[in-house]
Every structure is written in structure tokens, then in C-alpha cells.
Design a protein around this ligand. Structure first.
Ligand code: ADP
Ligand code: MG
Length: 290
């Protein structure tokens, strides 16, 4: 399911003016952010930019210092994690080592007090869905890294959450496996239509997987938009430098017309389309060349 035609619908997640402080450390500052229903959104940013903090606030594992978190139209700012209708997948799998794959996936259903038949039915279905129907009786340590992550995903999907949060779930995998798992997660997203919010510091992963990207910088949202817009119309030098290969030149505006702007820099003359902010002749600007 893509993000189109959801203009007036209630967002799955909405953060309004969210702040989070740990003592003197401001982990999040004035974050406004939306995840629409059915979207695949990625929180992208360098280490320490507040991605995990943001995910934890949405999951309910911590509470904001101020601001409001809406989930599916409800104020969830201080709601217990179990009441939020979401699932979470972490980098370090967090499967229970003494339990088989079957028991790991069945666990959230047992907590919900389903009957054994219903549990068997759902667990077998979801193991087929993640294409691992034959490993039900294995223990997590007998699985490969990518398989463990698929089981962790299955354990979320099995109870039909309306939102899945993924905190760098592919961070521990090598490049080839990571790319396979990106496709696998996108396939599940398309087949199930579950809203997904993924965290990564890997720009390629963000560009290939996301309907939209929320770029974080020092606890703030730098830019949130579609990958293409972030690539072609970064709103700042930080955004330009974080996504894609960027050559930056200090330049001065020598003329503005309907088609765009003319520029002069120490490296020569250039022209560009209209930037996403107002400019006039004489302004000092930074020119980005991909
Ligand atoms: P990211 O996931 O983007 O790497 P985090 O959300 O983990 O970033 O951290 C954002 C900032 O908040 C960092 O400066 C980090 O040191 C700080 N921080 C996160 N959790 C805590 C905590 N429990 N206590 C104190 N500082 C924290
Ligand atoms: Mg983190």
C-alpha cells in the first residue's frame, strides 16, 4: 500500500512539539512528525541524533518531557506500551533463547490468551509468510542472522499490530544479507499493508526502502519528505551532505529570472533551477552539485 490518497485520513502516528531531556542532554527538541497509515517511513540520521529516543517514545518505553504523541487518532503520550497496538523489532533480535522458533512466535498470542488451535494456525501461517516454514522446532542459536531477524518480524506480524517499529534491525547483518532483508521487509510491507517506521543511519537503505524519510539532526527533524525530494531538494547543507555524494561550492547570486538563478563562484560560473527559498542578486549561497 502506498502513501497516496490519505490526505484527510487520521495519521497512524503524529508527534506534536515533542521534547525529551535527560538531565542537561536534550535528546529531542521540538519534533513534529507524521507517519500516515500504510506508509513505510524511515528515521534517518547520524548516531546520537535522537532516532532511538523517538522510537522509544512512540513505543511507550519512555515518556516525553513535553509535547504530545497521537497514535491512530488517540492521545498516547502516557499510554502503556501494551495498549498502543504496535510491535517492535530491534537490532539484537531479542528472541528468547531457550524457546523454539514456534514458541517465540506463539508467545505474544499466549499473552493474549488465544486457544492452542488458533495459535497453531496463526504461527504456521506467519512462518510460511516469512518463508521459513521448516524451522519451527529450532532454537534461535541454530538460525542464521537473517533468519533470526525474520523470526523477530514474524513475532510482531503474528498478532496483527497496526504499526511496526524497527530500530536498525539490519544493522548487524553483512551487506548482501542486509540487501536481501530490505527486499523481504518491503515485500511484507506491501503484502500486509502494515504501517512501518524504520530506523537507520544508512542512507542507501533509507533511499531504497522508504515512502518518506524523516531526517534527524541533533534531536531535531531536519527535513521530512519523499526520498526523491530529499535527494534533489535538500533543505540545508546538512541534508545535502547526508544523502548522496555532494560537492558544495560557496557562490554568489549574479542574477535571478523565471527559469532559476545565475551564480558565480571561485570555481566558475553556474546556473541552477529555482531553490526552495527566496534569493536575490548579491546573496551568498551554497551550490550543491551531485
Ligand atoms: P540515535 O539512536 O540517533 O543514535 P539516541 O536517541 O540513542 O540517538 O540518543 C540521542 C541523545 O540522547 C544522545 O545524545 C544520547 O547520548 C542521549 N540519550 C539517549 N538515551 C539516554 C539516556 N537514557 N540517558 C541519558 N542520555 C541519553
Ligand atoms: Mg539508536
Amino acid at each position: 500500500m502506498a502513501a497516496q490518497d490519505t490526505g484527510n485520513a487520521v495519521p497512524m502516528v503524529e508527534l506534536q512539539q515533542v521534547f525529551k531531556r535527560y538531565g542537561d542532554v536534550v535528546a529531542l527538541a521540538s519534533v513534529d512528525m507524521v507517519v500516515r497509515k500504510g506508509e513505510f517511513v524511515t528515521l534517518l540520521g547520524p548516531s546520537g541524533s535522537g532516532k532511538t529516543t523517538l522510537l522509544n517514545l512512540i513505543a511507550g518505553m519512555a515518556q516525553p518531557t513535553s509535547g504530545r504523541i497521537m497514535i491512530d487518532g488517540r492521545d498516547a503520550t502516557v499510554l502503556a506500551p501494551s495498549k498502543r497496538g504496535l510491535g517492535m523489532v530491534f537490532q539484537n533480535y531479542a528472541l528468547m533463547p531457550h524457546m523454539t522458533v514456534y514458541e517465540n512466535v506463539a508467545f505474544p498470542l499466549r499473552v493474549r490468551k488465544m486457544s492452542s488451535e488458533e495459535i497453531a494456525h496463526k504461527v504456521n501461517d506467519v512462518l510460511k509468510l516469512i518463508r521459513l516454514p521448516d524451522i519451527a522446532q529450532r532454537k534461535p542459536r541454530e538460525l542464521l542472522g537473517g533468519q533470526q531477524q525474520r523470526v523477530a518480524l514474524a513475532r510482531c506480524i503474528v498478532y496483527n499490530p497496526s504499526l511496526i517499529l524497527l530500530d536498525e534491525p539490519l544493522g548487524a547483518l553483512d551487506k548482501k544479507l542486509r540487501e536481501q532483508m530490505q527486499l523481504e521487509i518491503k515485500r511484507l510491507h506491501a503484502e500486509l499493508g502494515i504501517t512501518m517506521l524504520n530506523v537507520t543511519h544508512d542512507q542507501d537503505e533509507a533511499l531504497t526502502m522508504s515512502d518518506r524519510i524523516v531526517l534527524m539532526n541533533g534531536g531535531r527533524v531536519e527535513q521530512q519528505c519523499e526520498p526523491e525530494e530529499l535527494y534533489f531538494k535538500p533543505c540545508s547543507v546538512f541534508a545535502a551532505g547526508f544523502i548522496g555524494d555532494a560537492n558544495l561550492f560557496e557562490a554568489r547570486v549574479t542574477g535571478v529570472d523565471a527559469a532559476g538563478v545565475q551564480l558565480s563562484s571561485t570555481s566558475g560560473l553556474a546556473s541552477s533551477g529555482m531553490p526552495p527559498f527566496a534569493v536575490k542578486t548579491g546573496d551568498a549561497v551554497t551550490l550543491l552539485v551531485r
